[in-house]
Design a protein around this ligand. Structure first.
Ligand code: GRF
Length: 202
């Protein structure tokens, strides 16, 4: 069965691109991205979607109240029979209604080794804290902030000569590896959630 994917974005969309590439190359099989939704009109991610004939929707937050905005997202997800919702650099809180309806079917990529450095500017937080190892996390989304069960993590060293920018780039490289890997595991039905633990049955 084909897994129908929707992706929520706000910006550059390099993680979206990594997932598109993985589907194109056949690394992720039996899955298609049907729609990309952005809360920013000028998100480059929308252009990336259009390049592949994927329906790209800008939903203007100024035109809705918070609940109305999420209801509109839900409508679009339903129109596309969405099975799996991916957050890929979506800088807006997702409402509890969507999380409830799509329970255990929403994934996010976060640029830190959770539960360290939740929230915005995680790489900057890690850099300024002085950690010697940083990284990224793919996790299920629950009602909390970056708090859902962890699917995959990858760590990278923090080198003495690093700046926040070089560290961010090193982390991003790993994001582009583990996000497609997690999506592949999900679409193959290999992820099982046991409490906080996600077990990959390979
Ligand atoms: C990534 O660092 C991701 O981990 C974070 O936002 C950034 C999005 O980058 N959530 P991109 O839009 O995928 O290029």
């Amino acid at each position: 069965m084909m897994v129908k994917i929707a992706v929520l974005v706000s910006g550059r969309g390099s993680n979206l691109q990594a997932i598109i590439d993985s589907i194109e190359k056949g690394y992720i099989k039996n899955a298609a991205i049907n729609v990309v939704i952005s809360n920013k009109a000028n998100a480059y991610a929308l252009e990336r979607a259009r390049n592949y004939g994927i329906s790209a929707v800008f939903l203007n937050p100024d035109e809705y109240d918070r609940a109305g905005y999420d209801r509109e997202i839900l409508n679009i997800l339903k129109q596309h029979n969405t099975d799996l919702l991916l957050l890929a650099g979506y800088f807006r809180i997702l409402g509890n209604e969507i999380i409830g309806i799509y329970r255990n079917r929403v994934l996010n990529i976060h640029p830190s080794l959770l539960p360290a450095f939740k929230g915005l500017h995680a790489q900057k937080q890690a850099f300024e804290y002085g950690v010697k190892v940083a990284g990224c996390t793919v996790h299920f989304v629950d009602e909390g902030l970056d708090s859902g069960p962890i699917i995959l993590q990858k760590c990278v060293p923090v080198l003495p000569e690093d700046t926040e920018e070089t560290l961010t780039a090193r982390i991003l490289e790993q994001e582009h590896i583990i996000y497609p890997e997690a999506v592949k595991l999900f679409t193959e039905g290999k992820l099982k959630i046991e409490g906080r633990n996600v077990v990959a049955r390979i």
